[in-house]
Write a protein that binds this ligand. Structure first.
Ligand code: SAH
Length: 216
């Protein structure tokens, strides 16, 4: 039987072959067992470079996209990150392996609770979870030097732009409508000047609006 570690390393190598060069990101991906984050029926595909369903109409992202988004944030060991869209918690666990602290927001209660339980089980002590509308950010902990949005917004969420640090804050966010290719942007802020950089075409589930308030 091939061990989880060997298959995780194989995934890391696959990403390297596709041009991912950030060693901290590759090491973090090799350290997280993606099988823990996908439903049992999909375990045999957990280490393929493909998105997979996680229930509630949501998906765990393709590892290449996780790697590219994480690398685009320019993280260090000291970084604090705000993540919007916890989903399975896989991307959160990768971030937690690289930086100081991750705050993550999810609007679907079952996913938020499932991920929080998994973080406990994995003893990830540098993650704080919240159930709520991530488009509103996390005001009490703002400003953020790094914000990662893992669901596609029709336009740049105003609250997240506001909560980005004025001193070199970086946000990585997919923008666009459903059913067509969306664009992954890196937004960098210096004082009131925002720079928008297009990184690649992606396909994400939508950033839901008001789902949380309707569902409770
Ligand atoms: N990063 C996740 C995948 C995210 S899929 C992973 O690694 O598994 C996108 C997630 O964003 C879904 O779980 C969805 O419920 C969540 N989401 C969508 N709109 C949201 C909102 N307004 N606030 C918080 N979470 C949201």
């Amino acid at each position: 039987m091939i061990s989880a570690m060997a298959t995780q390393n194989r995934l890391s190598q696959l990403l390297r072959d596709q041009g991912v060069v950030d060693e901290a990101v590759l090491a973090a991906i090799a350290a997280v067992d993606r099988a823990l984050f996908v439903p049992t029926g999909f375990h045999d595909q957990a280490f393929d470079d493909t998105p997979l369903p996680i229930g509630f109409g949501q998906t765990i992202s393709q590892p290449y996209v996780v790697a590219t988004m994480t690398a685009a944030l320019n993280l260090t060991r000291r970084s604090h990150v705000l993540e919007i869209g916890t989903g399975s918690g896989y991307q959160t666990a990768v971030l937690a392996g690289i930086c100081r602290w991750v705050r993550t927001v999810e609007c679907i209660p079952e996913l938020a609770h499932g991920a929080a339980e998994l973080f406990d089980k994995l003893d990830l002590r540098n993650v704080t979870t919240r159930l709520g509308d991530g488009a509103k950010g996390w005001l009490e902990a703002a400003p953020f030097e790094h914000i990662l949005v893992t669901a596609a917004a029709a336009d740049f969420p105003a609250a997240l732009l506001d909560q980005l640090s004025e001193d070199g804050g970086v946000m990585v966010v997919p923008i666009g409508d459903q059913g067509r290719p969306q664009t992954l942007y890196r937004v960098s802020r210096q004082q009131d000047i925002y720079r928008y950089e297009k990184l690649m075409q992606v396909r994400f589930v939508p950033l839901l609006d008001g789902y949380f308030s309707r569902s409770v």
